[in-house]
Design a protein around this ligand. Sequence first.
Ligand SMILES: Nc1ncnc2c1ncn2[C@@H]1O[C@H](COP(=O)(O)OS(=O)(=O)O)[C@@H](OP(=O)(O)O)[C@H]1O
Ligand SMILES: Nc1ncnc2c1ncn2[C@@H]1O[C@H](COP(=O)(O)OP(=O)(O)O)[C@@H](O)[C@H]1O
Length: 194
Amino acid sequence: MTIPRTDQSHQIQENHVTTGATVWLTGLPSAGKTTIAYELAGRLRAEGHLVEVLDGDEIREFISAGLGFSREDRHTNVQRIGFLAELLARNGVKTLVPVIAPYADSREAVRKRHQESGTAYIEVHVATPVEVCSERDVKGLYAKQAAGELSGLTGVDDPYEEPETPDLRIESQHQTVQESAAALHALLTERGLA
Ligand SMILES: Nc1ncnc2c1ncn2[C@@H]1O[C@H](COP(=O)(O)OS(=O)(=O)O)[C@@H](OP(=O)(O)O)[C@H]1O
Ligand SMILES: Nc1ncnc2c1ncn2[C@@H]1O[C@H](COP(=O)(O)OP(=O)(O)O)[C@@H](O)[C@H]1O
């Protein structure tokens, strides 16, 4: 049976709205991960996508309550979030994950989980330099570290392993929030996801 042309184009238009994907925004504290995630979430929702933001702080309050910032705890945190993200994305949700995920092997395990189920996975490095992040210091963590009230801060006295081949690198220090979110939206469009 020949499907009428109008129905086919309708189908194509619907697919990118109903196809799930995980978009992981990795980067230092105050890099802009959360801000870009919520800006993108608003745009995608307006276009009819199902969207969830798995905010690092919220996750640490609930499903990762009790975990700290050791290498092992960060790995466990990232794997739990990766599990949830894959579950949501596999079921049609655009799942945005603004979580530091400082270790390459943790991120790789999450990518592999998505690959195994054929679920789209996009890694975005919000590559704001530490000097800019510490100037922004949204939560006052850099000041606390400098004052000796906190140690093990990612990018300062704790490791951050930069992604070598992210799907997108955002230099937020040279862009407005809208421009950064638009760059990510453009990538999703290119991949047939938005
Ligand atoms: N020591 C140390 N290092 C890094 N970050 C710290 C630390 N202590 C608290 N915080 C705050 O914890 C927020 C959530 O961290 P994440 O769950 O994204 O980190 S991780 O992926 O498990 O490493 C993270 O949120 P963002 O600022 O949004 O990145 C930090 O504000
Ligand atoms: N292009 C940009 N993208 C994202 N955030 C930006 C940008 N330019 C300036 N900012 C500012 O940087 C800060 C980033 O904070 P936040 O999103 O909480 O970072 P993170 O989630 O990485 O810790 C916000 O105050 C935001 O307004």
